[in-house]
Every structure is written in C-alpha cells, then in structure tokens.
Design a protein around this ligand. Structure first.
Ligand SMILES: Cc1cc2nc3c(=O)[nH]c(=O)nc-3n(C[C@H](O)[C@H](O)[C@H](O)COP(=O)(O)OP(=O)(O)OC[C@H]3O[C@@H](n4cnc5c(N)ncnc54)[C@H](O)[C@@H]3O)c2cc1C
Length: 430
C-alpha cells in the first residue's frame, strides 16, 4: 500500500519501536519494549493513557485468576500495585467490588510507568494512515494539531484496539460475527454519585423495576438487565448498562450516532434510577466515558487464529505468550441477551505468539483487542488484564527483533517465553 501523502508529510518522528495506541495493551507494550532496551515511541490520540480503562470508563478488571492461581502478573501486577499504593484500588469485600480501580489514578499510573521506562510519548496524535510494501510497514501517517506528520520505525506495534494501523497498512482482517458481520454492542459507561448504598434494593429488585420501566416505554435500551458494580468510593455506583447495536466502531459516522443514542439511554437510566430505585433519590450523574466503549471491531488475520474450541478446551501452545481464563462473553450484536460460556473450573488457555503476527508482514505486531481470533474467542481475550499481558509480550518481542535485527516472524519463541518469565509474567509451562 502506498499513499500520496507519503511524499508530502515530513518525517518528524522515528524510533526503533513505535507503539500506536496507549490502552492496556499499548501501555504495557511500550514499557516492555523500552525496558528491554529498544528506543520506543508511544503515540496516543487522547491527552492521557489507559484506553478503555480510562477513556472508556471501563471497570473493573475481569478475572485474571483461576483455580487459586493468578495467571496474569508482570506489568499488569505492577499496574495493580501502583493503583493500590496511590489509593486507587478497591479493598471492599463484596464480589461486585472486586478488582475495581480509580480511572483518574489509572491515568497517572500509566503515565508514570511510561515515563520511568524511558518511553518517548506523543499524546493528542492519531494514526490516520500507513504505507507498506511487500509486507513491510514503511510509515505511519499521524494527524494532530501540528498537522500531518509521518513516523518511521523498525518495528511497529498496533495497539489501537481497532487495528487501525494494520488495516491501513493492508493487513487482512475480519469484523463481527460470521453470519452477518455484526460486532458486539457498544456501551457508554456512566457513574452515579451520592447513592445511599444501604438503601439500595437487591439486584433482582432493581431488575424487576427495570423490566417495569421497559414495559411502559420509559426505557427502550435493548439490554436485558441492569449491570452495575461498586467502585473504589462508597456512594459511587458504576453502570455497564447502555447498549447500542448495529453500529461499527471503525466508522466515524457510526460512532457519532452511537454516542448520541447512548447518551439518550444514559439519561433514561438516570431518570429511572433517581425516580424509581431506592437509594438513588439524591444521587446524580457524575461522569460518563470520554468515549463510548467499543467491545469489538477489526480482528486481524494472523499466523494463527484462536478459536472458541481453543478457549473452552483450555488449549496450550508451544508459543504461548499470555494466558486467559475469562468466559466467552458475547453481548448480543443485534438486541437483547448475552451468551456466556465458561472454561472448565480452574483452567486457562494460552494465547500463541502467532496471533500477534499479521499474515505476510515482517515488521508489524498487533496486541490487545484486535489480535487474530474468531468472533467467539475474541469475546474472551478482549478483557483488560489479557490485553495488558499480550501487550507486554509484543513489546518484549519487538525489542528482541531490534536486538537480533530480525523480523517478527523470526523471533525465537522459546527465548521470548524465557524472557517473559524473567520479566515476571506468568505464562504457565515449566
Ligand atoms: C463496554 C465495554 C465493557 C467492558 N468491560 C470490561 C470489564 O468489565 N473488564 C475488563 O477487564 N474488560 C472489559 N472490557 C474490555 C476492555 O476494556 C478492552 O477490550 C481493552 O481495554 C482492550 O485493550 P486495548 O489496549 O487492546 O485497547 P483500548 O483499551 O481500546 O486502547 C486503545 C488505545 O489506542 C488509542 N487509539 C485508538 N485508535 C488510535 C489511533 N488511530 N491513533 C492513536 N491512538 C489510537 C485509544 O485512544 C486507546 O488509548 C470492556 C469493553 C467495553 C467496550
């Protein structure tokens, strides 16, 4: 792929490793690459890091422990430790308060980790295009207040969550479920503050009231129930309840429509909660996500495609670089209902390094949400702890490519696994 802009935009940024997107995957990829000795640049479109964990207001971390074992450690554990040290980690005992974190403190933790690792950071900068030839990414085109700029790297890592760089560079990808291409719904998270928690009824009673409100047309959100969590602060309740279906997270027009629809749903929920649900009478809407949460968009086609059978069968791979234990969790892409399928108790699956390697590309890795997986497998591996672990592996592999002057597909996976273990990642095996 080659674009006209390539001759026009100045090459103002370069590094050995360029990581595009500063969410859980990109943050960990950039920190790992820099810690492993690579000159690393992290590019992020917003004015802060954290991705869905901050901009999407997504909370809490979904389970990263199974059978009494914590299966994701490494940089993810450092994030938890830093959140905890800064007062941004939940110690409440209720199961619905577990692994909750403060998104504002998360922004600072992410920034500190990147800075301490020596990563060069460019905020407020969006990857808008890429050029490649013969499976080699040449440049990323960046758009910002500074205008258009080109960036060059020996190794690129796409952690945009949507595979933006990979898609623009010509990497083949899939989107949505096989039968109609629809992706999981989007959700705008919101929080109510000033809730009298002691007066809140049971989840069943809240759902009964919700069904009543739906029956009389006060709520037209297609979600089947009210999904809410405690937060790190008493009196703040977090809602994962809006549902916008039939929209594409890679289309600016669809994102615009989805944001507007979701905000309308939030207001319906606020009215419902304050008027109908005990404990909420004096509460108010304190925040919504900076952007609507996008559960699913592009999934690149990589050297291996992880399947539902791999997830539910707890498959192990010789090139496993991270582990997952979260359910297959598919919010209905076209309406009401959520399909959950769990792994056998105490089991986890491996994510092969090959899922990070786009087919036919020699200097590009993809980490986080868009790695090579089916619609079903993606619904498990998309959660934040797994994205962080996969990101750490991608950054470590990229630094090895720099040190060995080799392509991403030539990485010695036994050495990569050894390196990850030494970094503190729990990748299983011996
Ligand atoms: C509604 C919803 C609920 C969820 N619930 C949970 C949950 O409860 N627990 C859980 O653990 N996980 C949950 N998840 C999943 C999880 O939040 C994401 O899948 C995860 O954050 C993916 O991490 P990532 O780093 O791959 O991508 P993201 O977190 O999306 O980060 C991508 C980053 O790249 C930046 N970016 C994007 N495009 C560009 C570009 N072109 N140029 C520059 N920067 C760019 C973004 O601003 C962002 O910072 C949920 C997701 C959604 C949407």
């Amino acid at each position: 792929m080659s674009q006209d802009w390539i001759t026009e935009a100045p090459v103002s940024l370069s590094a050995e490793v360029i990581v595009c997107g500063g969410g859980p995957a990109g943050l960990c990829a950039a920190v790992a690459a820099a810690q492993e000795g690579a000159d690393t640049l992290l590019i992020e479109r917003y004015g802060f890091l954290g991705g869905m964990a901050t901009a999407g207001l997504i909370n809490p971390f979904m389970p990263y422990y199974t059978g009494g074992e914590q299966i994701i450690e490494g940089l993810f554990q450092q994030i938890i430790d830093r959140l905890d040290a800064a007062g941004g980690w939940s110690h409440r005992q209720d199961e619905w308060a577990r692994d909750a974190f403060d998104p504002e403190i998360m922004k600072l933790v992410a920034q500190d980790m990147v800075e301490e690792a020596g990563v060069e950071l460019r905020l407020h900068t969006m990857v808008v295009d890429a050029s490649s030839d013969n499976g080699h990414v040449r440049q990323a085109l960046l758009g910002s207040k500074s205008g258009l700029e080109a960036a060059e790297a020996t190794i690129f890592i796409d952690t945009t969550g949507d595979g933006d760089l990979a898609a623009r560079a010509g990497v083949p990808y899939e989107q949505g479920r096989p039968e109609d291409g629809l992706s999981q719904p989007m959700t705008l998270m919101f929080r109510m503050t000033g809730v009298d928690e002691e007066r809140m009824p049971s989840r069943e009673e809240i759902n009964r009231l919700y069904d009543q409100a739906k029956a009389v047309g006060e709520i037209d959100n297609p979600r089947e129930n009210v999904l809410w969590f405690y937060t790190t602060r008493h009196g703040d309740i977090h809602f994962n309840t809006t549902r916008v279906v039939h929209h594409d997270g890679t289309s600016a027009a669809d994102l615009t429509a989805a944001e507007m629809e979701a905000r309308r749903q939030v207001q319906q929920m606020v009215n419902f909660l304050t008027e109908k649900v005990p404990g909420f009478a004096d509460a108010y809407l304190s925040t919504t996500g900076t952007q609507i949460g996008v559960r699913e968009s592009r999934r690149i086609l990589g050297e291996y495609t992880l399947t539902a059978e791999d997830v539910l069968g707890a498959s192990k791979f010789a090139d496993g670089i991270a582990r997952g234990c979260y359910d297959i969790d598919i919010h209905n892409p076209s309406g009401t209902g959520t399909v959950i399928k769990s792994l056998p108790a105490g089991e986890s699956y491996d994510i092969p390094y090959r899922c990070l390697c786009p087919r036919g590309f020699d200097n590009l890795l993809v980490a986080g949400r868009p790695i090579s997986a089916t619609h079903q497998a993606h619904s498990s591996l998309r959660v934040m702890p797994i994205a962080a672990a996969v990101g750490e592996a991608a950054g470590t592999a990229a630094a090895m490519c720099i040190a060995q002057e080799q392509s991403v597909t030539a990485v010695d996976v036994a050495k990569l696994r050894e390196r990850l273990r030494r970094r503190g990642a729990n990748i299983g095996g011996e």
